[in-house]
Design a protein around this ligand. Structure first.
Ligand code: ADP
Length: 258
């Protein structure tokens, strides 16, 4: 059966107008993951959004930068809200969720790696959908993945995934950042041989809560593809429940073997 690591960023989950969860996105991704599971796929969901939800609940203004300890406190509060929102969305499909908060040592240190890998294996056996996030409450600047694109890429080998799906606010990779260059054109297929030379990935959209930008998604694709996993960058869909799925554009990164 296929194993997939799916990552969604805070840009998609948080309504920038009020800092609240965008219910449509939670529901529509839960429905899609439920459909994948019915076809036998085993999925892991890497989800950001804790700091954004926490700062809203704590009443910390969205417009100013947070000090590190404030950010970590916001993550502590927001992580519960985030997990709760996912648990609610998945419970509509009778899917039980579990939470794993990781730091780089968990995927780089051999003993911890084996431990974490066994836990994911058991969660799969129990039919639980693992929700994963960086352990932002304790992670320090020097010792963190930096963004969930990288965390998701590291997870692909930990759970022996065959695919990595990065869901963003944009429908794939372009030759330049289309938000600043209107003449940017989409790139649909990136063969293994072309990935190393690609450097068109820019920073996240200015003013948004995103942290990685396209550069970190390209790095994530490189990590996944180098270990034989395919990767996709696609737009997260917020269609209302029950609305038909639309075909959409995306960027596919082929692994070594393809
Ligand atoms: P997410 O929350 O999904 O991680 P980010 O804001 O971090 O979102 O990254 C997506 C953004 O990266 C896009 O909205 C776009 O403005 C920017 N970007 C920079 N370079 C590119 C590129 N070459 N192709 C597509 N998007 C790009």
């Amino acid at each position: 059966t296929a194993r997939l690591v799916i990552k969604i960023g805070s840009n998609q989950l948080v309504d920038p107008a009020n800092g609240l969860p965008r219910a449509n996105i939670f529901e529509s991704l839960a429905a899609d993951i439920a459909a994948l599971r019915q076809r036998g796929a085993k999925c892991v969901l890497v989800t950001s959004g804790a700091v954004a939800f926490g700062r809203h609940r704590l009443g910390l203004p969205m417009c100013r930068a947070l000090a590190l300890d404030e950010k970590q406190a916001a993550a502590a509060v927001g992580q519960l809200l985030l997990a709760e929102a996912w648990a609610r969305a998945f419970s509509q499909h009778d899917i039980l969720t579990g939470q794993a908060l990781l730091c780089p040592e968990d995927t780089e240190h051999p003993v911890r790696l084996r431990n974490a890998s066994n836990t994911f294996e058991r969660l799969f056996q129990l039919g639980v959908l693992p929700l994963v996030n960086e352990n932002d409450t304790v992670a320090t600047e020097e010792l963190r993945y930096g963004d969930n694109d990288c965390l998701a890429a590291r997870l692909t080998s930990l759970v022996r995934a065959e695919g990595l799906i990065l869901l963003s606010d944009i429908d794939g990779l372009y030759t330049k950042d289309p938000s600043v260059s209107p003449d940017a054109s989409p790139i649909e297929h990136v063969p293994f041989s072309a990935l190393a030379g690609l450097d068109c990935g820019g920073p996240p959209r200015a003013g948004g809560p995103g942290t990685g930008g396209m550069a970190s998604k390209l790095d994530a694709a490189r990590i996944a593809v180098a270990s034989g996993c395919w990767a996709v960058i696609a737009r997260a869909s917020d269609r209302p429940l029950g609305a038909p799925r639309q075909t959409m554009r995306l960027t596919f990164f082929a692994p070594d073997a393809a």
